[in-house]
Design a protein around this ligand. Sequence first.
Ligand code: PMP
Length: 464
Amino acid sequence: MNTVAAVSQNPPHDRDDAAHGGPDLPQERRVVTEIPGPRSRELLARKQAAVPQGVGTILPVFVTRAGGGVVVDADGNSLIDFGSGIAVTSVGNAAPRVVERVRRQVADFTHTCFMVTPYESYVAVCEALNRITPGDHDKRTFLVNSGAEAVENAVKVARHATGRQAVVVFDHAYHGRTLLTMTLTAKNLPYKHRFGPFAPEVYRMPMAYPFRWPTGPENCAEEAAAQAIDMIVKQVGAENVAAVLFEPIQGEGGFVVPARGFLPRIAEFCRDNGIVLIADEVQTGFARTGHLFACEDEGIVPDIVTTAKGIAGGLPLAAVTGRAELMDRVHPGGLGGTYGGNPLACEAALAVLETIEADGLVERARRIGEVMLPRLRALAERHPVIGDVRGRGAMTAIELVRPGTKEPDAATTAEVVRRCHAEGLLVLTAGTYGNVLRFLPPLVMPDHLLDEGLSILEGAFSAL
Ligand code: PMP
């Protein structure tokens, strides 16, 4: 029947309204059915009939509520969340300040389009980002909807301001799925395969990936920087490069922490050659790594920073923050979009920033790293299939290889994930070779769940 009335077979009033998401949700793991359970399997069948398979699902449990450190599914299972919806719900799902601010805003107005008639919250988010992103220079910020859109816009600004075209990116990079950001992304499957032709003027350089550097981690920073700079100069010409774009810790590429010294050397090269340095902090931003921004770790001050994900507690928002003299170069009307800086998302972002400050979440992320990294290292001692343990703060990972080699072991990685999911621990993979388990708990996750999650992970390796 061609009507909009029957939109859901499970309308909201049929749901158990006694419990909402948020931190009041019982902070416990509870596995009451197979995972996924019967209700989720039913919904999965509907998904398969309605949504193309190209939109993948890591764990097909259908969520009804989430908050603190748990995700509750349609069968009543309560899973420990080591994913935060890919580094988004750092303040937790349905975080109280977010709920309150968004609730008030949704009753006042939901949209005007900032380019038509503006509102204060957009400006307040921009002021805050100008203040808290690295560097005390004069900055400007504008808001968009997604990480990919932020990266595209950063490149537009860099090209416009420099009058140059080339963009330099690194091996293992991930920057999004739009035509330009897919081109900027390194990995073919699943992101680029048969989606070409790609955008022109994108050049890829080696990444300082310590675990996989051919001459060993101790030489990695210096050699990778020298190779990258040599290739830029020889193959592109520094004077043709608008921007060098990097992730301070690579996300989808496998939580690759660039060897110390690599990024400062690249930053210096950019400064010396009038190249705009763009830090993509979409995954690393907003306290995740134990700093507000991951660039702070080595004192990198980028010319432009892109942010998204953790910025607004799950509402779609992203930002481009850059030096005023670059950003203000673009002509009036050259930047924007219908929904960019939607008022609900702006209120959520203000609530997230208040929460990070009030609840000490930078410190909390650092503490999560202090709990997780030693346990992961001890696990690696016992299981030689774990070749590398890395990350900072609440952004940590293990890379799985055939013992005694660096040959990626994606099959064992998938098996560990399967066991974790069956036990009610939601974990994600990453990595160019699909052999990295990454851990991104909400920063508000209580200690007992963090501990229990790690025990499940340890159990999954013991049972291999
Ligand atoms: N840059 C980085 C570093 C990311 O991790 C991501 C998302 N995984 C993106 C850009 C793209 O963000 P979005 O999915 O919001 O477009």
